[in-house]
Design a protein around this ligand. Structure first.
Ligand SMILES: [Mg+2]
Length: 322
């Protein structure tokens, strides 16, 4: 299959938006709905860096898409479409390519989006992908990182640490004793759930938000610095899944690892203390649990971590790309 056959066979069926012109033009034409702003984000995923070689190709594609949708969710945006850049290994098989495209097909249905355009090449290096996700929100309503005020409460959605335990498991560094924990942790690592519904419902309620990709403590640090406040995280209040609790009980991991591991794709956000009812009903509507985990105060962009009231030592706050 040459580049043009590949595009026609695999990717053109994904380009269902009229402005994508079936991927037959030089570029796509795109317009945000009246009264809305366009929100754009890009993430890169490289084999051996962001995912392990041998990962199911459909899931590689789905994670690539979902980590970008998680960034849209953090801003409060509704996903609309995406651009895809693929550099496939020279030895990539037809089967791998078809499964990759199938993963996108499934997620386009799940998230109600379609492919707008992109580029595809072969590379002498490992597989490398880049995806640009495009979303929309009513003008002026984007949730920024910089809005945390002293006195605001800090919340997180879902549970934290599952991606980190999933990665330990995938690397052969952890084997759950409870057999049902393995597929759960594998799914958390490979197929995160972007909190799109929650993000949109937080518009006008949350004062700031971020998605947890680098590690909860590191990402709270990003919020604290952008907002010029100090944050205190109650480590013992952070919601953990049963599989993570069992890993802790078995001594296979520790709390610091779960709070710094990253790959959670939950939302961490702030809101004034009087907003609890609104937040809880937004979370209820979005069918996701949220948990109060901290407090903002005057400060200079620092995060203090307490565990049962005592300062907790954390050697590294999260994943660093460089
Ligand atoms: Mg992000």
């Amino acid at each position: 299959m040459n580049e043009f056959e590949l595009i026609a066979d695999l990717f053109a069926p994904l380009a269902t938006t009229p402005g994508a012109f079936g991927l037959k033009d030089d570029a796509a034409v795109f317009r945000a709905p009246e009264g809305f702003e366009t929100v754009i984000t890009k993430d890169v995923m490289i084999e051996g860096v962001h995912y392990l070689s041998g990962t199911n190709p459909a899931r590689v594609a789905q994670k690539l898409l979902r980590v970008n949708l998680s960034d849209l969710a953090a801003m409060g945006a509704e996903p609309q479409s995406y651009l895809l850049g693929c550099q496939f290994r020279e030895d990539v098989s037809q089967n791998w390519l078809h499964e990759f495209a199938q993963g996108l097909t499934e997620d386009q249905t799940t998230f109600g989006i379609s492919l707008l355009g992109g580029d595809t090449t072969k590379t002498p290096g490992p597989n490398a992908f880049s995806l640009t996700a495009i979303g929309a929100l009513p003008q002026g309503t984007a949730i920024r990182r910089s809005g945390v005020q002293p006195g605001d409460e800090i919340w997180v959605s879902g549970t934290i640490g599952d991606g980190a335990m999933g990665l330990m498991m995938a690397k052969g560094e952890y084997t759950p004793k409870d057999a049902s924990d393995a597929p759960f942790l594998k799914d958390c690592l490979e197929l995160p759930t972007p909190r799109i519904g929650l993000g949109q419902r937080l518009r006008g309620i949350a004062s700031a938000a971020i998605d947890v990709s680098d590690g909860l403590i590191a990402d709270l640090g990003h919020l604290a610095r952008a907002s010029g406040v100090g944050l205190t995280l109650a480590a013992d209040a952070v919601p953990l899944s049963d599989p993570c609790r069992r890993a802790l009980a078995e001594g296979a991991s520790d709390l610091a690892t779960l709070l710094t591991g990253g790959d959670d794709y939950e939302l961490a956000f702030s809101a004034p203390a009087g907003s609890r009812d609104g937040l809880l009903s937004a979370a209820d509507d979005a069918h996701v649990a949220i948990t109060l985990v901290g407090l903002a105060s005057d400060g200079e962009g620092t995060v203090r971590v307490l565990n049962e009231g005592q300062p907790m030592a954390v050697s590294q706050s999260g994943y660093r790309h460089f």
